[in-house]
Design a protein around this ligand. Structure first.
Ligand SMILES: Cc1ncc(COP(=O)(O)OP(=O)(O)O)c(N)n1
Ligand code: TZP
Ligand code: MG
Length: 545
């Protein structure tokens, strides 16, 4: 493999076309521009009011299209961010490895950076292949001149095929200059090891120490990715914020199509940050995205080499992901969560559909079909009918326990408990666009729900209840402990009714977004009236507190 890094002054013939390209583009970009009055700006006022989250990737081109700039653009597009690009190197690459590298002259990298950063409002810069000390320095200078909201540094040192992508001399400038400006640095274990002088990293505890050492170079957060650690069923990454270590467990997908996962993960983090997410949330979304994309691409065959690319735009080919009535979950939707019960419906001679229609009429903000005794076919028919009602009212519909029913009726999500299917498996089946709720009674369960990519947790029983057998009562103390520990929004459940719902919300607990209710809505004569009454109690309480 050739690693060509030519200085402008002594460029051999292979580099000449780059110099020519550079000067051609430079001179055309310096062609006299029309005076401002004659220029037509295509950015309308409304576009300025609705900015598009913007990620600039500074990375190398992968001719095979699986990694580098190409992966970055696809990842940002998949997550709804605009992606501009500064090309640092052009690689001749395929699924077998890297056959050649042609480094773009530093001055032309500076020119690309200037072009983008001086004109467009870039939110986040994400770096990939930075082949030389000079390139890293040019980037640092540009970032000082044009500050952005966040900098995501993926220290691409060696390709997954084992080819060197950045001269070893860059290590010191990475550590001493770029890391200090970074919001997050995302090395895999091999890169972390090289950054730390080839220390051996074999265990999760080693990864923690590595994260701590890299943090000392100055980034605000470090994510050491454990995908390359020896075989285990989990892919564990270590996230460190300077105080706390969080182990993020992912499901290891058995596939050869992993080329470009690092670039994609960092670009997803950058996209989420550009949209305004917190760092931990951005990392979690990115991990889920990569895992889901690998799952959907596990049997693709592109190229003859050992490591193939994967499909970033898998969502376009998976209709169920696009048809939920509620593509993005908002925690406020947990405010009044109506959970149906087949026994109660039978007792009052109501169909599931009638119950759901009445709850929505009364002001339920989210509905769960908890039909423990229903036959599958009958349940599915009812669920499809409820989806129609919920879609037309903009209220999300979740299915209790039954992922199969949720998929078949294209529900907005699923709620699972501690003895149901694991949330991370539910996520794998439902994909990233759906809502997943998990019942949690302890901080550890709440942490696991977060790690598994859930959207909210249900916590209870807050009060004793006869609706769910053998369900321990947590009381206010238990609810408080879980709410304080949770990184996800929480809905309280268990024995909640019109006379105590106000007291639950008055606790003012962090993350507590609402109450989930079964019998106080559905074991009553008029579901709509009960729901309306409870909604007004909650609204009055929350407007006072
Ligand atoms: C919102 C909400 N919270 C908790 C539960 C309970 O779920 P689970 O523990 O799985 O028990 P079952 O409902 O399946 O009996 C819930 N359904 N909804
Ligand atoms: C499903 C569930 N999970 C914890 S408590 C509970 C039952 C809540 O029912 P109710 O609102 O009738 O007490
Ligand atoms: Mg359950």
């Amino acid at each position: 493999m050739k690693f060509l890094c030519y200085a402008m002054a002594s460029a051999p013939p292979q580099a000449v076309h780059l110099r020519l390209l550079s000067s051609t583009l430079s001179s055309s970009s310096r062609r006299p521009r029309p005076p401002p009055s004659a220029r037509r700006y295509r950015v309308a006022a409304s576009a300025r009011e609705m900015p598009w989250p913007h990620v600039l990737t500074v990375a190398g081109s992968d001719s095979g299209g699986g990694a580098g700039i190409q992966a970055d653009i696809k990842a940002c597009a998949a997550l709804g961010a605009y992606c501009s690009s500064v090309v640092t190197a052009v690689t001749a690459q395929n699924t077998a490895g890297v056959q050649g590298i042609h480094v773009v002259p530093e001055e032309f990298i500076r020119e690309q950076l200037n072009s983008v950063l001086s004109d467009m409002s870039v939110d986040v810069v994400k770096t990939g292949m930075l082949p030389s000390i000079g390139v890293v320095k040019v980037l640092c200078e540009s970032l000082k001149k044009f500050p952005v909201k966040a900098l995501v540094v993926d220290p691409v040192l060696v390709s997954t095929s084992g080819d060197t992508l950045s001269a070893s001399s860059t290590l010191s400038v990475y550590r001493d200059e770029l890391f200090a400006m970074a919001d997050i640095v995302t090395p895999n274990v091999k890169e972390a090891s090289r950054l730390l002088g080839d220390v051996s990293l074999r265990t999760v505890s080693d990864m923690r120490s590595a994260a701590e050492s890299i943090y000392k170079f100055g980034p605000k957060y470090v994510l050491v990715k454990g995908g390359d650690m020896p075989e285990s069923s989990d892919a564990i990454d270590v996230f460190f914020d300077g105080k706390e270590f969080i182990e993020l467990h992912g499901h290891r997908i058995k596939t050869h199509n992993t080329h470009g996962t690092g670039c994609t993960l960092a670009s997803c983090i950058a996209s989420e940050l550009a949209k305004g997410a917190t760092m931990l949330h951005a990392v979690q979304v990115a991990k889920n995205f990569v895992e889901t994309a690998l799952h959907h691409s596990k049997d693709l065959i592109i190229g003859n080499g050992p490591q193939g690319p994967f499909d970033h735009l898998f969502k376009l080919k998976c209709p169920p992901y696009n048809v939920g009535s509620q593509p993005s979950f908002k925690a406020d939707q947990l405010f009044l969560y109506a959970v149906t019960d087949s026994g109660m419906n039978k007792k009052w001679g109501r169909s599931i559909k009638e119950s759901v229609r009445a709850a929505i009429e009364g002001g339920a903000t989210i509905v769960q079909l908890r039909e423990k005794d229903a036959e599958t076919r009958e349940f599915l028919e009812a669920a499809k009918a409820c989806m129609e009602i919920c879609k037309s009212s903009g209220v999300p519909l979740l299915i209790n326990d039954r992922v199969d029913i949720a998929l078949a009726c294209k529900a907005d999500g699923v709620h699972v408990g501690q003895s149901d299917m694991l949330a991370r498996e539910v996520r794998e089946l439902l994909g990233p666009g759906k809502i997943i709720g998990v019942s949690c009674k302890t901080p550890a369960q709440a942490q696991q729900a977060w790690n598994d990519g859930a959207d909210y947790i249900g916590c209870g029983g807050v009060y004793p209840t006869s609706t769910k057998a053998n369900n321990p009562t947590l009381g206010f103390e238990g609810l408080k402990t879980v709410c304080l520990a949770s990184k996800l929004p929480v809905v309280a459940i268990g024995g909640i009714n019109a006379s105590n719902a106000g007291s639950v919300m008055e606790l003012g607990l962090p993350n507590l977004k609402g109450v989930a209710v079964v019998s106080a809505l559905f074991d009553r004569e008029c579901v709509a009236t009960e729901t309306r009454n409870l909604r007004s109690i909650l609204t009055n309480t929350c407007s006072r507190t």
